[in-house]
Write a protein that binds this ligand. Structure first.
Ligand SMILES: CC(C)(COP(=O)(O)OP(=O)(O)OC[C@H]1O[C@@H](n2cnc3c(N)ncnc32)[C@H](O)[C@@H]1OP(=O)(O)O)[C@@H](O)C(=O)NCCC(=O)NCCS
Length: 293
């Protein structure tokens, strides 16, 4: 028997029934970030919020975001607990993949917690392949001497030299949205005051109202250690109790974060689906994970 539901773009009246089954999605009273993202996702002109509709109610939801000219990212996949293992997630994802193709994107990614076997199997069944693992790290905010400085336009040539030492693509996740880090983004981040620099190293920061995130780290071992400690200092200065990092699980990076007082609290697997087999530039096979030169 085929699916007894259809997948369609979400409507404003889907909000309550969708949020009702999302509220306990991670366990009783867990809450869900979809409460905050529903409205922006529904109104988004760089993505599509879709639901699986069982006729009388939505039973699944997913958002596909266009993150660059060639990449898309799947977020917020949720299926009502009473309707699982009936292909709902699979059909939602297929709709999103078709949407991404229709929008000219070549690669779609998703991230899932290492322990989320249901999501991992569903992704693998759809033809997604694992490309890189990221760790979520945290450290108490603390003051250290000689912090790194925020990069200015004068630092751009030195940062460019560090960036250019490898052509391998880099995935990073500002705001938990995985995409390829390009040189243009680094330059823009310098202008926005989001890049820390030390001799032979640089780091990208991402500010959320409640948290400061380290989202990229590149350079020599000594430089990366200093940069990671600086993030803890900046977090303290800005009144946070902790600093956070979301970085690839590359052994030198991990050693550096451990040395700088960070502890890994979660692990996420990043999966990728190639839609057309092109182009080569966004391949993440052997993804460069920042770190040491
Ligand atoms: C993960 C989730 C979206 C899967 O939704 P679903 O509609 O049940 O998935 P599908 O029916 O399309 O399953 C496709 C395949 O995934 C695998 N799968 C799904 N759930 C599984 C589970 N609980 N255990 C093992 N494999 C599972 C199976 O291989 C399944 O195929 P099969 O049923 O023919 O064996 C759903 O369990 C859910 O909403 N979980 C909570 C939220 C969540 O984890 N979201 C993903 C965040 S990345």
């Amino acid at each position: 028997m085929g699916p007894v539901f259809t997948v369609r773009p979400a409507r404003p009246d889907d909000r309550e029934p969708v949020l009702a089954f999302c509220r306990d999605i991670w366990g009783p009273g867990s809450g869900d970030y979809l409460e905050e993202t529903w409205e922006p996702w529904l109104r988004s002109d760089t993505g599509r919020l879709v639901v699986a509709d069982a006729g009388d109610q939505p039973i699944g939801v997913c958002f596909v975001r266009l993150v660059s000219g060639w990449e898309a990212y799947l977020q917020g996949m949720r299926v009502h607990p009473d309707h699982r293992r009936r292909g709902v997630a699979t059909e939602l994802a297929r709709y999103c993949l078709d949407y991404a193709v229709g929008q000219g994107r070549h690669v779609v990614r998703l991230a899932t917690a290492e322990e989320n076997l249901a999501a991992r199997r569903a992704a693998e069944g759809l033809g997604f392949r694992w490309v890189v693992t990221f760790g979520v790290w945290r450290a108490p905010a603390e003051s250290f001497g000689a912090p790194a400085t925020f990069a200015t336009a004068q630092d751009i040539p030195a940062i460019f030299r560090l960036f250019r030492r490898s052509d391998a693509p880099r995935l990073f996740a500002p705001g938990w949205i995985w995409k390829t880090l390009t040189w243009d983004m680094v330059e823009e981040a310098v202008r926005a005051g989001q890049v820390l620099v030390r001799p032979e190293g640089f780091a990208l920061l991402h500010w959320r109202p409640e948290r400061l995130w380290l989202t990229w780290l590149e350079g020599t071992e000594g430089a990366c250690g200093g940069l990671a400690r600086s993030v803890r200092s900046i977090a303290l200065k800005e009144g946070h109790e902790e600093a956070f990092a979301l970085l690839p699980t590359d052994p030198p990076i991990e050693a550096c974060l451990l040395d700088a007082g960070f502890t890994r609290i979660h692990t996420y697997l990043i999966y990728e689906h190639r839609l057309t087999g092109e182009p080569a530039r966004d391949s993440t096979g052997g993804n460069r994970s920042g770190g040491f030169l």
